[in-house]
Ligand binder design. Sequence first.
Ligand SMILES: Cc1cc2nc3c(=O)[nH]c(=O)nc-3n(C[C@H](O)[C@H](O)[C@H](O)COP(=O)(O)O)c2cc1C
Length: 307
Amino acid sequence: MNRLETEIAGVVFKNPVMPASGTFEINDYTQSFLDPKKLGALINKTVFLKHRAGNKPPRIAETACGVLNSVGIPSEGIDYFLEHTLPLLKSFGTPLVVSVGGNSLEEFRTIGKIVSDTGEADLIELDLSCPNMEDGSIWAAEDEKLHKVVETVKDVSAVPIITKLSPQVSDIGKTAKIAEDAGADAISLINTFPGIKIDVKKGSPILGNIIGGLSGPAILPLAVYAVWQVYESVDLPIIGMGGISSVESALEMVMAGASAVSVGMYNFVDPAIMGKLIDELETYITANKIESFAELVGMAHSPQLSI
Ligand SMILES: Cc1cc2nc3c(=O)[nH]c(=O)nc-3n(C[C@H](O)[C@H](O)[C@H](O)COP(=O)(O)O)c2cc1C
């Protein structure tokens, strides 16, 4: 029996570890550290309908315990994705989450339908939470827009929908409930926090876009708290991310309520990290005589269940 197996909206992952969108490109370099077949699931960098250039450089600024990125989701567009990226991602035989973005409701509807109609995606993730889009819009921070976009894509999609939330809301449990009521099948969180880094020699912001999204170990407790709140508010599986860099941080996320975990920024620090997490979760489960990974999900909400 595979004790690390987990399930997200009816899709079985052989283990709970996957990349966070936009942070793990499959190429010869990354494959020299990690076989993508080992992962619980794969995900693409968010794809848009049309080509997008992304933000002007510099796009990355290091901070203590984290990174600010203002990549701004450059995209080759859906045609390129379908021809080149999708076949590569599918070639590993691992469940595939296709992350999609849009500039309007109509774009979300169109891309959601195109991706669903390919029959190749196991899940569709709606990126509603990038903090450095040129128009500053964060769909997940506006209740009505959030409800409408989830409902709209759900209506055209034959595959389950994951709604990716932003931490830039006053009550993330309430936001998750809006997504659930609109038909979301799972929630992923969190995207990055907006931030600015200033070059004090020049007296000006470092990033070309001025504002970037903060991620990495600096945001772990904020992300664990957000997952905790969502677990208390909805009855949907959660993919937790934000600051995962070790088996302890992954376990925190799981015990707060995540059925799967994604690694983002730390893939750039250690391209082998996701493989190590899978091995170390296995070791942890064996050492603590845990029958299945599911026992750990949300454990910290019920102190009587503690190990
Ligand atoms: C360089 C970079 C690019 C990202 N691109 C995307 C993206 O295309 N779509 C998306 O939904 N999130 C994107 N994110 C956000 C991550 O998926 C994740 O939600 C966030 O970084 C928190 O996880 P972490 O602390 O492990 O990095 C990106 C993050 C980084 C650092």
